[in-house]
Write a protein that binds this ligand. Sequence first.
Ligand SMILES: Nc1nc2c(ncn2[C@@H]2O[C@H](COP(=O)(O)OP(=O)(O)OP(=O)(O)O)[C@@H](O)[C@H]2O)c(=O)[nH]1
Ligand SMILES: [Mg+2]
Length: 441
Amino acid sequence: MFNSLQEKFDGIFRKLKGRGKLSEDNISEAMREIKRALLEADVNFKIVKNFVQQVSEKAVGQEVMKSLTPGHQVVKIVHEQLIALMDTGNFKLSMDSNRINTIIMVGLQGSGKTTTTAKLASLARKKFTGIRPLLVACDIYRPAAIEQLRVLGKQLDIPIFTDSSRNVAKIASKALKFAEKENLNLLIFDTAGRLHIDEKLMQELREVKKVVQPDYILFVADAMTGQDAVNVAREFNDQLEFSGVILTKMDSDARGGAALSIKAVTGKPVTYVGMGEKISDLEEFHSDRMASRILGMGDILTLIEKAEKSIDEEEAQKLADKMRKNQFTFTDFLNQLAQLKKMGSMEQLLGMMPGMNSKAMKNINVDEKEMKHIEAIILSMTAREREKPTLINGSRRKRIAQGSGTSVQQVNRLLKQFEQMKLMMKKFNNPKFLKSGAFPF
Ligand SMILES: Nc1nc2c(ncn2[C@@H]2O[C@H](COP(=O)(O)OP(=O)(O)OP(=O)(O)O)[C@@H](O)[C@H]2O)c(=O)[nH]1
Ligand SMILES: [Mg+2]
């Protein structure tokens, strides 16, 4: 996500930070570079112009020029300005289990409406107490669309509503009655997409809107389509007035133009972002966290939230105790790998760490295959070996390598890394080390 923009900002800021004092020329050169970087990221031209103008007005001010760390001051200004650009205002999805809540999903064909309908239902059920969702199939043009929703519903154990009527507004109205009867209180309407906006679709959506009187209309857009997504958003908003945007496929979007422009162009905020094809790959959008990610400052808050959602607190406490007492074993390591996997791919997680821009990621070379090897090696150990790795002599190493389809060298490497890890933990546990401030948290 945002890889190319991250890399460019990194280069621009490195130059600025390297200078003791900044002249107006230095700043205007940086502004030219920022402008180019944003345009290459496919951000709307007018927005770029405005953005750079505002940043430079603040940056050439006395405070920055006189500051001892002018480069850092400029980064701070850009950070603030990025936050303002993507500001979500006071939008917050809220739900009340004592009444029927409704959301209509709209957007072009293939933007991710159906997938996101399921993701959102699952997220709402977790986030709000007493929410019982119903997925309503309003895409009557493709039989496969209903089947797709059915599969997703089944996977999540969430009911879906379908009807043979050819009138979408009628289906919507029947779905509302069905929900009342079945005591379901969140209806998400998955509507049909078109390749382009056409009057028939808009008319149909307006009718559904009239019948449902929805709490929210969410416009779903494929982030990878950049400015096209923004232009389509503007038209949908003019014709239908939506409440917010969900940007999908952010995991594959290297440029970020849609995320950066859509609020300024439509006046409607990005609310959630799709970060992958899995049901759990839907994240709340926060402009400050996104701005930090773009500037390579990481997104520790989202990382913590992900951890809170996927990691069993009691387990984590036990683990921390073991680490403190230096009793950490391969069994614990295996458990930890399993918990980590629940949080997402290694790449996704590392991407949220501060300083992890795309360049750093390349150097680290997150190899999911390597993780699988590690897992296989540990699984090939006996229970006793996992608890007491010093038992693992030459012949055991050979057996483990054979059992896990790896080499003795790989087994050796893991054993060595494990020892080093334990040494590190010992260091962290030393109060002197913690006081030295070397540990960042
Ligand atoms: N990588 C990635 N893929 C996604 C994401 N969201 C959706 N997709 C994929 O995008 C494709 C289209 O998604 P759908 O949910 O079927 O899109 P749709 O808007 O319902 O499409 P139509 O019903 O044809 O209009 C599917 O293959 C999804 O798996 C995302 O956040 N990341
Ligand atoms: Mg669909």
